[in-house]
Design a protein around this ligand. Structure first.
Ligand code: GLU
Length: 256
């Protein structure tokens, strides 16, 4: 029987960091509290997290995103460990453990690597108190061959674990009818047609990658595989709990 309880949740840099670029501890706390509540209700959750480069920039005292690739990759290595420390600290409070998986484009492309990643995730999910936390392995992914953004990475991970839902949390409410009218949220998308693509506007923040276009690309990958995809605001303190309770939040993609 389909339970709809296997969720991949993507957390964008914008909701994990404060305006000054520092990791936002209160956001980690509220998100992990919701993940723990879902876990207690029998949900199997995989997190796909961004924020490594952002956290590394803070530690390495970069005000803007380094343009030099080695510097950027070094930022990711410094930031990744800080990011995981934030997750682990909160998860332990709920008797949960984080399990880090860093993937590259090659891992998705190679049958044996893909299978290994899939089996590892499946094993962890069956253990119930382990929360896999996935990011791209930025330090070894060359610029020319990268998944590139965690929106699409999260869609691939959702397909890999045959998730029921992919929830992409960022600092926007969802897909808007117009960028100037934040209250005009499109609650459901059934066809990814030209009009919908036209609504997507790229963002170019110093710390994060992607924008609405990459979120739509992710929705396309996941929703075409039958995975209910939601784009919602990760600063909304009950968003995951509300979605699980069947309340309308964000934009939902259920393609026909
Ligand atoms: N892997 C990048 C990071 O951890 C994020 C990429 C993205 O946000 O799409 O900083």
């Amino acid at each position: 029987m389909k339970t709809n309880k296997r969720w991949v949740i993507k957390l964008g840099t914008g909701i994990l960091t404060r305006k000054d670029g520092r990791l936002d501890g209160s956001q980690f706390s509220q998100i992990i509290a919701q993940v723990a509540a879902l876990n207690r209700k029998g949900y199997e959750v995989v997190l796909v997290t961004s924020g490594a480069i952002g956290a590394g920039m803070e530690a390495m005292e970069h005000d803007s995103r380094p343009s030099q690739i080695t510097e950027l990759q070094a930022c990711a290595t410094v930031g990744q460990i800080r990011l995981m420390a934030e997750y682990q600290k909160r998860l332990l409070k709920h008797d949960l453990h984080g399990a880090q998986l860093l993937l590259t484009y090659w891992d998705l492309d190679s049958r044996s690597c893909y299978e290994n990643a899939r089996r590892t995730l499946q094993f962890l999910l069956e253990k119930k108190n382990f929360i896999p936390i996935v990011n791209e392995n930025d330090a070894i992914s060359g610029e020319e061959i990268k998944v590139g953004d965690n929106d699409r990475l999260s869609a691939h991970v959702a397909c890999m674990v045959q998730a029921d839902w992919l929830v992409i949390l960022s600092n926007v409410e969802g897909l808007l009818e117009s960028p100037d009218e934040p209250d005009k949220l499109i609650s459901i998308v059934r066809h990814l047609d030209a009009d919908v693509w036209n609504l997507a506007k790229g963002t170019n923040s110093e710390r994060s990658v992607g924008g609405m276009t990459t979120k739509l690309l992710a929705a396309k990958i996941a929703a075409e595989s039958g995975i209910t995809t939601v784009i919602a605001n990760g600063r909304d303190k009950n968003v995951l709990i509300d979605l699980a309770a069947g309340k309308k939040r964000g934009t939902r993609f259920v393609l026909e």
